[in-house]
Design a protein around this ligand. Structure first.
Ligand SMILES: Cc1cc2nc3c(=O)[nH]c(=O)nc-3n(C[C@H](O)[C@H](O)[C@H](O)COP(=O)(O)OP(=O)(O)OC[C@H]3O[C@@H](n4cnc5c(N)ncnc54)[C@H](O)[C@@H]3O)c2cc1C
Length: 409
């Protein structure tokens, strides 16, 4: 199909679960939308070598379920897991709720099969942890957002299915304490530390006040809340260790309050508060969402600065902040002004131009797509962008793959 499209200069837009939020799968009238949803087979689960060979159209949740039936964990976990597909996850280098421990998609892919723009099939279905035979070509396509090739199959890494899950909602009285808690959790919980999600007070209050679905597990007056989770293998030791850690944090005033989930219902409750972001759209309109990356040491000052800057233009602005603090990646949901390009552009200017001097990135997870293309220069040097153009030209000389996305014109 790609051979024919190449011959006739026919643009093709690869589509998977359509959960990207950056216009990455938008099509124009003359473009072909290429869905891989029927390439939906999990081909081989290798429990000895801990790999799974999978087609690009497999839905992430289905992959997680299928490998779990073999006692294995595929550790990519994100809110859209019921719809997003492996091809889309790879093309967008998805991260998520357990990236602190297991890494992002880039760390989970061992091998790839890709169809190039001219129809050439590049099979690089490596299964080994180490392979230094030349360029690591798969990395070129991971995070390329459908602009360099169509991902059709992949070999992914599996991990041990955890036997224990300890989860707590924690209140802290400053950002500095949240950071100290993160460092302490890394020391005490070691490799079991899986998620460290930070919620600013506004977000916590919104998500735990009526008409929201969830009651507050902790009082609502603290400035920051942490959702901490560790996954382990030792039922007796892990619970004890987790409780002892929190006890010690309370005694040393590192944290001011904490509650540990005691049942699946409480786990759903805690994670619901963090994940049910769609609720914001039922309360506010318009809502603009962002996924930025920055050094943990810069986060608090950055959020304070942009809050002030936003308030200067829109005194009644709502800024909800939360995210994967452990990975230096925050989500901002902002409601102000009108649902138009001018408002969005003004917010982007406030957010993105203040990220550049502190070495942050305009996207930690969602990628560039159409929406952030004009801001790419704030996160990449002219030389990097020139090299991206060179790669695009070399692999897709007729510009038929996801035209207009990611690479600035
Ligand atoms: C509620 C919610 C929560 C989310 N949470 C997270 C999160 O925690 N972490 C995170 O990283 N993202 C998150 N996202 C964003 C999104 O889910 C991810 O980017 C996801 O990986 C996209 O997968 P998809 O299958 O929906 O891809 P799509 O949206 O269909 O496509 C994404 C990009 O990949 C390209 N593409 C798709 N399939 C292929 C293929 N086979 N070959 C080549 N290119 C292809 C598309 O052209 C497009 O550019 C979230 C989104 C929502 C709605």
């Amino acid at each position: 199909m790609l051979q024919i499209c190449h011959e006739f200069h026919q643009p093709v837009v690869p589509q998977a679960g359509l959960t990207n939020v950056v216009g990455g799968t938008d099509t124009n009238a003359h473009e072909i939308a290429l869905s891989l949803e029927r390439m939906n087979q999990v081909e081989q689960i290798d429990v000895v070598n801990k790999t799974v060979t999978v087609q690009a159209g497999v839905v992430l949740q289905q992959l997680r379920d299928q490998v779990a039936a073999h006692g294995q964990l595929f550790p990519l976990d994100l809110g859209a897991k019921g719809s997003c597909m492996i091809g889309g996850n790879i093309a967008s280098n998805a991260g998520g709720l357990q990236a602190l421990r297991y890494g992002v998609m880039r760390n989970l892919v061992l091998g790839l099969e890709v169809v190039l723009a001219d129809g050439t099939i590049v099979s690089s279905m490596n299964k080994m942890m180490k392979n230094n035979a030349g360029y690591d070509l798969k990395q070129l396509f991971i995070g390329s957002e459908g602009t360099l090739g169509i991902i059709t199959r992949a070999v992914l890494k599996l991990d041990d299915m955890p036997k224990t899950r300890n989860t707590a909602f924690i209140a802290v009285d400053s950002f500095e304490k949240a950071n100290a808690l993160l460092l302490a959790a890394k020391t005490h919980l070691k490799n079991d530390l899986t998620s460290f999600e930070l919620l600013w007070q506004d977000y916590y209050q919104l998500m735990t006040s009526k008409p929201a679905l969830f009651a507050p597990p902790l009082a609502q007056h603290y400035p920051f809340y942490v959702l901490l989770e560790s996954l382990g293998q030792d039922a007796d030791r892990d619970k004890q260790q987790f409780e002892a850690f929190l006890e010690q944090c309370l005694t040393t005033d590192l944290i001011v309050d904490a509650v540990i989930a005691q049942s699946q219902k409480e786990l759903d409750w805690f994670w619901g508060i963090r994940e049910n972001v769609e609720f914001i759209f039922s309360v506010h309109r318009p809502v603009f969402l962002f996924d930025i990356s920055l050094a943990i040491s810069e986060m608090d000052a950055y959020i304070k600065t942009i809050r002030l800057a936003l308030q200067q233009t829109w005194p009644d602005v709502y800024l909800y902040t939360f995210g994967h603090m452990g990975d230096g990646n925050l989500h901002l949901f902002i409601s102000c002004g009108h649902d138009d390009h001018t408002t969005k552009h003004s917010i982007e200017e406030i957010l993105y131009t203040r990220l550049q001097p502190i070495g942050g990135s305009i996207t930690g997870e969602h990628g560039i797509g159409l929406e952030k293309k004009t801001w790419l220069y704030l996160s990449r040097t002219p030389e990097e962008i020139a090299l991206m153009r060179t790669l695009k030209k070399a692999l897709d000389p007729r510009g038929i793959l996801n035209p207009g996305k990611l690479v600035p014109d």
